[in-house]
Design a binder for this molecule. Structure first.
Ligand code: SF4
Ligand code: SF4
Length: 393
């Protein structure tokens, strides 16, 4: 396991597989499985995300725990608020004691200082537990972090920690790398959670953010290792790249192994909703192997060639004096064509850009950013194109 600076242990918890474990540098003595169970894409009934299929999801979770997964992640809004309730019920009967349970504060829903602890108490009820082991400020960005400070959110979490309602405090992040560093430096975080996969090395916090956090002893949880499943359901040319690699790994396994190979990553969250996915991920988590980067770079090249804008999300064009999130806008735009998924791209743009008041419609074509772009992208023109595309129905 190539995550330097992190202590690993090994326990055999399943007849065929041996889960691997890692520690957070600031939480000595606690080992979590290198594969975490993300409860954001559970099996549902009739395609309705708010109707979790307990008959399938409960044994899936129990099998994951029996195989050694001991980190379970949810959040207030997952499955329309039902994910926390599901875990509250599914972890009855001795399962709760076998896992570290993580959930997140819906920062966007907090209107006054008293809301923080009211929400913690509501989550404890939904989760049917007396303590939340890992508690995160959810989906921070620069503006959201400013709101947390204005509404004294960290003071509220300190109170909840002091009386034992929550244990370890961290944050999840969707914003610029500069804002990520600002947030890392602003509080004594024990851990954080960032989006990381072989296509998003330079997106949001990216590898630069990972290294920044790791250098400060903050253990990193990686989310979206399969980019919402897109790196598992790959088109035939990408399938062929991995088939010819000489390894018996699926595209999903390649993607997971890339994340595990990044120093500083403690655990990787996967939103598994099928038994076959779970077993494949468990097998990958229990069999370390050297990683050949060539097939991954080839697959990345395939996707990048399909993007409508040649942006590497390097961030050199930032900051924009008008506040436009240029890399995030182009990442959403590229997603539409790389994965034939306009709906996902429009959601990314709405969630990570427009809601942060950083949309491309703020651009005044001053040209400052274009002089700094190594890809020589006509940024102002492409931003207009991206905004029109991503906001059209
Ligand atoms: S051209 Fe637009 S995006 Fe670029 S710096 Fe000026 S206002 Fe910002
Ligand atoms: S400098 Fe160019 S390539 Fe880099 S993030 Fe900005 S637009 Fe993209």
């Amino acid at each position: 396991m190539p995550t330097s600076g992190i202590v690993f242990g090994v326990r055999t918890l399943h007849t065929e597989m041996t889960m691997r474990y890692a520690s957070f540098p600031k939480i000595p003595g606690l080992e979590v499985s290198v594969l975490g169970f993300g409860a954001m894409r559970l099996p549902t009934v009739g395609g309705d995300v708010t109707r979790i299929d307990y008959e399938i999801a409960t044994p899936l979770l129990h099998e994951a725990i029996s195989a050694g997964i001991n980190y379970v992640d949810t959040a207030w809004p997952y499955h329309g608020g039902e994910s926390e309730m599901f875990l509250g019920r599914a972890l009855h009967g001795g399962w709760r004691e076998k896992v570290k349970l993580a959930t997140k504060s819906p920062v966007w829903a907090v209107r006054s200082e008293g809301d923080w602890e009211r929400i913690v108490d509501a989550q404890l009820k939904k989760l049917d537990t007396e303590r939340i082991d890992f508690y995160l400020m959810h989906a921070l960005s620069g503006p959201r972090w400013d709101a947390v400070k204005r509404l004294r959110g960290m003071e509220a979490l300190e109170r909840a920690r002091l009386d034992g309602r929550i244990d370890h405090v961290g944050f999840s992040f969707h914003g610029s790398c500069d804002d990520f560093k600002r947030i890392v430096d602003a509080y004594d975080w024990e851990f954080c959670q960032i989006q990381l996969n072989y296509l998003d090395e330079a997106f949001q916090a990216g590898l630069e953010g990972l290294r920044y956090a790791a250098a400060r002893g903050i253990g990193v949880i990686a989310m979206e290792p399969l980019r919402g499943g897109a790196l598992a359901r790959v088109p035939p040319p990408v399938e062929a790249i991995f088939k010819h690699s000489g390894k018996p790994w699926s595209p999903a396994e390649w993607a997971l192994r890339w994340v595990w190979a990044q120093p500083g990553v403690v655990t990787v969250l996967s939103g598994m909703n099928l038994q076959a996915q779970l077993r494949e991920n468990l097998m990958a988590a229990s069999t370390p192997a050297a990683l050949d980067m060539a097939p991954l770079r080839e697959a990345e090249g395939f996707y990048r060639a399909r993007a409508k804008v040649n942006c590497t999300t390097c961030g050199y064009c930032q900051p924009c004096p008008s506040g436009v999130s240029i890399p995030e806008t182009f990442a959403a735009y590229a997603t539409a064509t790389m994965f034939d998924s306009k709906a996902v791209a429009a959601w990314m743009y709405e969630t990570f850009v427009l809601k942060n008041e950083a949309g491309a419609d703020r651009c005044v074509s001053c040209g400052e950013c274009e002089a700094r772009c190594p890809q020589l992208i006509p940024i102002a023109e492409k931003l207009r194109e991206a905004h029109a595309y991503l906001t059209s129905r």
